[in-house]
Ligand binder design. Structure first.
Ligand code: XLS
Ligand code: NI
Ligand code: NI
Length: 435
């Protein structure tokens, strides 16, 4: 039975760029082939359960604005109604993937055992709904940052009993992710960091986090889970400093603890901005190190300086992200998760659908733009030319040589190399032709 929450709305269809229907796709044409694969296969969109269904519209200055029929979210009957609405939304959006935290989908139990049995029950309920649909789980994760027990961290908590609670929690979420055929398992450590170094034994906390992630990987292999394990970098918020600061920091951490072949990264646009980077920078860092796993697509407000988790709306930015993703071989087992929420005033059911349709269109435009640049090959040509000097056998041999011999040969050549233009404006003009 339909809940009627989205009453009057029909499944969104592709109508082309000139359609006037705000509830139609203007650019996302799921079956359209781009560089040999359908848009659907490239983009692998996912809805974030927490923003779309669990968040109630509160902010630091005010309470909920949304007043959904599944509020308050404190009992299983309403958790199921919330699931019904979620799947009605997936039907309207042409069956995307979705992602959840345990806390988004089930009410907290009185004990951990009760929380886990509720997670089992609701994920079984999801699976019954997935049976006759083309909806998949992109990833599952544990919320180990909202409840007060996590205030001093999960795996980095000074209290070993909280570490144990975190282990049991992640174990249950990995079990549920495996059961649902989830393609990835994500760990984002919002409280794995500190408020002040004065009360923090950083080395000890990092060792505990490294050991915790090893246990995640050991458990993954033990249960035969074939999905990817991903950590999600973010520099701060809610903690003053988070250990998974950015892609480069995570990669260093994973290498230090010998996890670089087991764990990849889930990168988020807004987190890149908070870290003082661009999103394509984070993607390029991960890709260069063979650790690009999946993306959380959203945007920050450039004025507020918060992680505002808005739906993406900037085609040139999104295009450069997909350019680097395509160059790295695509998202493969990962996807494009909209870790994005409505604005607090957007209280209509229609807003929720429109936000996703718009974001899917923006990503489709970004993907097409990126593919056009790849097909044209202009950027690649420019790189080839810029580094052409390194193709000569003498230049290559230098990398196997040493300081003394390179210096002697260079001085003997008596060459005075002249600077070459980086041609940045010309290249930016080139990109503008595509966006
Ligand atoms: C918060 C994070 C979070 C993760 C999942 O900023 O983006 O939503 O994606 O825990
Ligand atoms: Ni985020
Ligand atoms: Ni995220």
């Amino acid at each position: 039975m339909n809940t009627g929450f989205f009453e009057g709305l029909k499944p969104a269809k592709f109508e082309g760029a000139y359609s006037n229907d705000p509830m139609a796709f203007h650019h996302y044409n799921s079956d359209e082939i781009i560089l040999g694969k359908s848009m659907k296969e490239h983009l692998r969109f996912a809805v974030a359960y927490w923003h779309s269904f669990a968040w109630e519209g509160g902010d630091p200055f005010g309470g909920p604005t949304f007043e959904r029929p599944w509020h308050p979210q404190d009992e299983m009957g309403r958790a199921k109604m919330k699931a019904d609405v979620a799947f009605e939304m997936f039907d309207l959006l042409q069956n995307p993937f979705f992602c959840w935290h345990d806390a988004d989908v089930r009410p907290e139990g009185d004990t951990l055992a009760q929380s886990i049995s509720r997670l089992d029950e609701i994920t079984d309920y999801f699976m019954s709904k997935m049976e006759n649909r083309d909806v998949g789980l992109l990833w599952g994760t544990a919320n180990m940052f909202s409840h007060r027990r996590w205030m001093s961290g999960a795996s980095t908590n000074p209290d070993p009993e909280i570490f144990a609670y975190a282990v049991a929690t992640v174990k249950s979420c990995m079990d549920a992710t495996l059961k649902m055929g989830g393609q990835n398992y994500v760990l984002w450590g919002g409280r794995e960091g500190y408020e002040t170094l004065l009360n923090t034994n950083m080395g000890r906390e990092l060792d505990h986090m490294g050991r915790f992630l090893h246990m995640v990987v050991e458990y993954k292999h033990k249960i035969g889970y074939k999905g990817q394990i991903l950590v999600e970098p973010k520099p701060q918020e809610p903690s003053k400093h988070q250990y998974d600061y950015d892609a480069a920091t995570c990669i260093g951490f994973l290498r230090k603890y010998g996890l670089e072949n087991e764990i990849k990264l889930n990168l988020e646009q807004g987190h890149a901005i908070l870290a003082g980077h661009s999103f394509e920078h984070e993607i390029a860092v991960a890709a260069t190190n063979g650790m690009l796993g999946s993306i959380d697509m959203n945007r920050n407000d450039y004025q507020s300086g918060w992680d505002t988790d808005q739906f993406p709306n900037n085609v040139p930015e999104v295009a450069l992200c997909y350019y680097h993703i395509l160059k790295a071989g695509g998202l493969v087992q990962g996807g494009t998760n909209f870790d994005a929420k409505l604005r607090r005033q957007s209280i209509d059911a229609q807003d929720l659908i429109a936000a996703h349709i718009g974001a899917m269109d923006i990503c489709a435009r970004g993907l097409k733009t990126a593919a056009a640049m790849i097909e044209d090959g202009g950027l690649e040509d420019m790189l080839t030319k810029r580094y052409a000097g390194w193709d000569s056998p003498e230049a290559k041999a230098m990398l196997d040589s040493d300081f003394t011999s390179i210096s002697e040969k260079f001085l003997a050549r008596g060459h005075d190399p002249q600077p070459q233009s980086g041609r940045q404006e010309i290249i930016e003009n080139y990109v503008s032709r595509f966006v």
